[in-house]
Structure formats: C-alpha cells, structure tokens
Write a protein that binds this ligand. Structure first.
Ligand SMILES: [Cu+2]
Length: 134
C-alpha cells in the first residue's frame, strides 16, 4: 500500500515525501502545482533530477521568484536535498508543475507521483488534490 509518507522503489537510504498535495486551480486550468516537504534522513545529499506521473503528460520541478515585481517561474533541473536536511516545495517558491492531465483531475483525487533521483532510483508517493485557497 502506498502512503503519503512516500515509498521507496529500491533498498537503501532514501528521501521521504511529507505533507504532499496538489493545488487545483479554480476554473479547471490545465496546470497543477504540487507542494510537499522532502526530507533526507541519509548521511549523503540526494539530488532530485525530475518527476513523472502516469496521469500527466509532463511533470517538472519549478521555482517561482519575484523579478521586477512580477512572479516568474523557471525550471529546476536538479534539486539537492542536503544530508540530514529537508527542502520545502511551497507556494511562492519551489514546486512541482504538472501539465497535460490525461483525464480531468478533481478535489479528493490521489495522484501518484514519482520523483526521480540521480543514480536511477525513484521515490513514489500519493499527492492528494486540494482546491486552491481563495
Ligand atoms: Cu511552475
């Protein structure tokens, strides 16, 4: 069974995905943002190199930044989670960007997302869908 705490597809020390959720924008926009806290209990840093989900054509890591008073997003090809540390994906900062839903996504859905780690391992977790706060 999958749990929100994450699941590891290979043996060994691996990061954990905690408090994961996907933000469903109002009006059925085709793009969802994903937020979570990723903790690394290991003695070595872990590098996230990508993400995927069967329910979306494309999943990537992004970072929002305010540039000249405007919110801009850029792709983050590699995200390092420090040894015995954590990285937060949160509104206004780092996030997952999920595009091209295969079927309509609604509040309460649990979307399986796999994070790809350098070295070929993956970390799978269910990311529940919530409506955006108004
Ligand atoms: Cu984005």
């Amino acid at each position: 069974m999958l749990s929100g705490a994450g699941d590891v597809s290979a043996r060994g020390c691996a990061p954990r995905v905690e408090s994961a959720w996907l933000r469903l924008p109002p009006g059925g926009m085709p793009m969802l943002a994903g937020f979570a806290r990723i903790t690394n209990p290991c003695d070595a840093p872990i590098i996230i190199t990508g993400a995927r989900s069967k329910r979306f054509a494309d999943v990537s890591l992004h970072e929002s930044k305010i540039v000249d008073g405007m919110s801009r997003m850029r792709a983050v090809p590699r995200l390092t989670v420090p040894a015995r540390g954590a990285v937060s994906l949160q509104p206004g900062g780092l996030h997952l960007m999920l595009m091209g839903a295969q079927a309509p996504v609604k509040t309460g859905d649990r979307v399986e997302v796999e994070l790809e780690l350098e070295g070929g391992r993956t970390v799978r977790a269910e990311w529940p869908v919530r409506a955006a706060a108004r």
